[in-house]
Design a protein around this ligand. Sequence first.
Ligand code: C2E
Ligand code: CA
Ligand code: CA
Length: 693
Amino acid sequence: MLSSTYSQALVACSLLVAIFASYTALDMAGRVATAQGREQHWWRIGGACAMGLGIWSMHFVGMLAFSLPIPLGYDPLITVMSLVIAIIASAYALSLVGEASLPWRRLVAGAFLMGLAIASMHYTGMAAMRMSPAIQYDPGLLLLSIVIAIAASGAALWIAFQLRQYSTRVRRLRAGAALVMGVAIVGMHYTGMAAASFPIGSVCRAARDGVNTGWLAVVILIVTLAVLAIALIISVLDRRLESRTAVLAHSLAEANEELTYLALHDGLTKLPNRMLLQDRLKQAIHSASRGNTRFALMFMDLDGFKAVNDAYGHQTGDRLLVDVARRIAESVRGEDTVARVGGDEFVLVAKIGAPEDAASIAEKLTTAIEVPFQLANLELRVSTSIGIAIYPGDGASERELLANADAAMYHAKSTGRNCYCFFEPSMNADVHAQMQIIQDLRLAMERRELVLHYQPKFDAPAGPIIGAEALIRWNHPTRGLVPPAQFVPFAEKSGLIVPIGEWVLDEACRQMREWYDAGHVDWTIAVNLSPLQFAHTGLIETVRNALARHALKPSSLTLEITESTAMANVEVSLAILRQLQEMGVNISIDDFGTGYSSLLYLKRLPATELKIDRGFVRDLSQETEDAAIVSAIVALGQKLNLKIVAEGVETTEQQAMLTELGCDTLQGFLLGRPMPPTQFLESVEARASADCE
Ligand code: C2E
Ligand code: CA
Ligand code: CA
């Protein structure tokens, strides 16, 4: 037998190449697993080439390290064939590792195929020497080398599959795994070499016409290392890009989630909003109709919330709402939905067995909210009115259910607050009637069915007339003359009050111009402003235009706003009222004594007149405490330099008493009812001639 020797440097090189190739292969396996679409395809091809080249060159460098005392060479064709085998085996390995799962059976089959491929690459590479006589192989060692190849392949496949996901920890594990795999591959190679023996007198037929060894080692080493390095660099760069994209995608997803949450929840109380409620209601209807079960829809509206807001400001109001929301949420079960659907309106959707369950839930809610709220050093009390609609029965769609629960809630409010009401079909009639009124009212404007009546205002005690208050009426085609209490609230609710109010202002100014021209130059005309009108941005412009159109001086006009309107949002009111005052228009605080005026604010309000609420005048004659209130209001008004008007004067006793208490102006049925303009002048003239007699 020929004795063989090994170049130790090249053996070390072959080990290095094997480890490096293994690391690259594992890295490529990770890329194949995480890449997508066409990209994955390219990673698979590139990875297979780099890895195949790596394994093959390890083998080839190992061969070059080997020398016999005869000249050696390698047949190029067979050598290239062994490279092709290595690349195909690598491609197969990468495709296995790229799968979503790697069951045991597939792993074992893969290990076998790959091990055999590597072994056949090795022995094909040996065959490239074209020895004559043929190389003799020790069967035991030959088998051992194949077993090592299969075992190493199995381990490599399993490790590569486990380490597909990328992380810094994986990088270290991968380096360790590459070391083990590299040693295994080298082990297989040198076991295979140990199995081979070359009889004395052997000739390497490839040495003559084949490629010579010396310089080839260097070229192959450099090319292989370069290819592997480039593959690794591309992989690392690409992964950086990918991970940065992943970070971006993640934050985008988070932002999206946040936006969805915001769109579906109320910002203040964090409860679901109307949109999410509608969705939950739909689901509730769906599951109740399928499972033959019941649920209750409760519409809750706080009583007295507006007063808290007005008196203590929006911040306190907001904090109260948050606390109310918490109490509601604590009073119901986790699976029930509580939503905030408006300022102080909440809706509860709760599964129930029988209608009595709804009653007990409503009872629980009203008692929970009745308990005073402790906000900083304030103790606040509110209550809630609840309307209940039950599915099935009180509506088929979420819209219908909501409308019916709302109608029931209104009913609860009107029957005295702090209570609950189950929906009844008759309530719906109210809603329909309301909608009809609003529709009719719209037509009424076009058909000029709205008219103004005028009630005279007198210098106390009995004249002369100093002006009139314009009071609207609806000359309804079938219902006759409709008083404002029956339609102004709906006009307010629907927003129609804004155009109606503009018309009132214009018509009253037109009438005043007529009286002015008839010689009543020192009269003033009073016009009522509703809360919505008062808050409307176009108010100042509307007033200015009306005055200009009828060439009236601003002091001929008095605008009446109720005390609660003026106090609803004090700062805004102050700003609007100041502009009106600067224009020269008179301002009257109507229904005074019914709201919660703080004296501090009253002092700052640029008003010219206080109108004592009719309620205090009504019982005046009976010497009740109302007399004390009126006298206090008069004293206050005088202090603030305001004219005091008493309205609702019906008896001579009231007339006398109010005069004695110090009221400047009187208005009431006793002295003159509201009447159409023609009648108004007639009555004034009749009075004047009566005075003359
Ligand atoms: P208000 O501003 O307090 O108007 C005074 C109301 O008291 C009028 O009722 C008037 O007819 C009534 N009244 C006058 N003297 C007496 C009396 O001696 N005894 C009794 N019992 N009542 C008397 P009316 O005309 O029904 O108006 C009711 C409310 O409707 C008004 O209350 C006002 O708030 C509102 N309103 C009337 N016209 C308009 C309008 O053009 N625009 C707006 N926004 N609201 C209006
Ligand atoms: Ca009034
Ligand atoms: Ca009034």
